[in-house]
Design a protein around this ligand. Sequence first.
Ligand code: TXA
Ligand code: MG
Length: 333
Amino acid sequence: MTAIERAVSILRAGGLVAFPTETVYGLGADATNSAAVEKIFLAKGRPPTNPLIVHVGSAETAKRFASQWPTAAEALAARFWPGPLTLVLPKSPQIPAVVTAGKESVGLRVPAHPLALDLLRRFGGPLAAPSANRSNHLSPTTAAHVRDDLGDSVDLVLDGGPCTVGIESTVLDLSVEPPRLLRPGGITREQIEGVIGPVTYFEGAVDPSTSASSPGLHLRHYAPRTPAFRFERDQWPEVAEILKRHDPRSIRLLRIGQSPVQGPAPFFTELLLDVPLPNDPEQAGRVLYGTLREIDCSGAKMILVEMPPAAPAWAAIRDRLTRASRPIAELRG
Ligand code: TXA
Ligand code: MG
């Protein structure tokens, strides 16, 4: 029996299979089997109020699980599927309430990964799959990350190598007018607007004490274990002052490329361990979570994040780094 065949039989029997996608690894269960889907929430420690994305093998299959399929969905699916775009649409009755956390909408996506598509095609049905990490941990971008995080609570991990996008899909709500971007990701807002015209976006994370329309938007959702503090490039003078009160050897400086440190800080940066991210949004996305995981294992006490430029191409990475950190001002006291 091949690994895929085992995966299919586990899924048919109501088990959990972690599988690679181009974004991050997913923790999959038969989306039409409520008992199987409940196991996902248990394995992740995920609050039952946070809906899951349903993965399908084609746009044709996606249509079966949405009760409406607007022309915007048709156009976006034609342009970006398979790919890192999740479309939120009114759900069909075939999707049980546990998948959507009781919401009347469902997030649908066709992943662009040969192993995921092979699995979906052979399984034949929809797979509910959140990222294959414990709730509030970083999303996994390798099979080893999944095993580290979920261990025995997953029946099988399909290894498809490192994910090529590395951050989660863009989530776009098409159940409202105008469409609303819920999570920036591999497909940019500009790419979407190029196909369907203007969409709205509430920038900035949602306060966890309020009930968000998309609970995955909550602050602190994508954080490393090491406390992380972010600042913009022009805040270096402030950062230098703050650093005087900390042991620089226990700090990692995460920043894009080898961007020159600005302001009167060189003395400190010589002592900081510089962790560069590639100076290209796609390449940086690919290594972001792995880099944060490595820092978590390094014994560092603190991460300082120099934010990438506030340019559209960096929007998804800025979003994840914002969720992974607190403003540097909170470090003052
Ligand atoms: O790239 C990805 O999207 C990965 C791979 C595995 O496909 N999956 C992923 O799933 O990131 P998860 O569960 O970690 O994030 C799903 C996000 C959450 O922010 C959730 O709140 C939102 O999608 N979401 C899912 N269904 C929704 C719905 N019906 N309405 C609003 N938001 C929804
Ligand atoms: Mg997740």
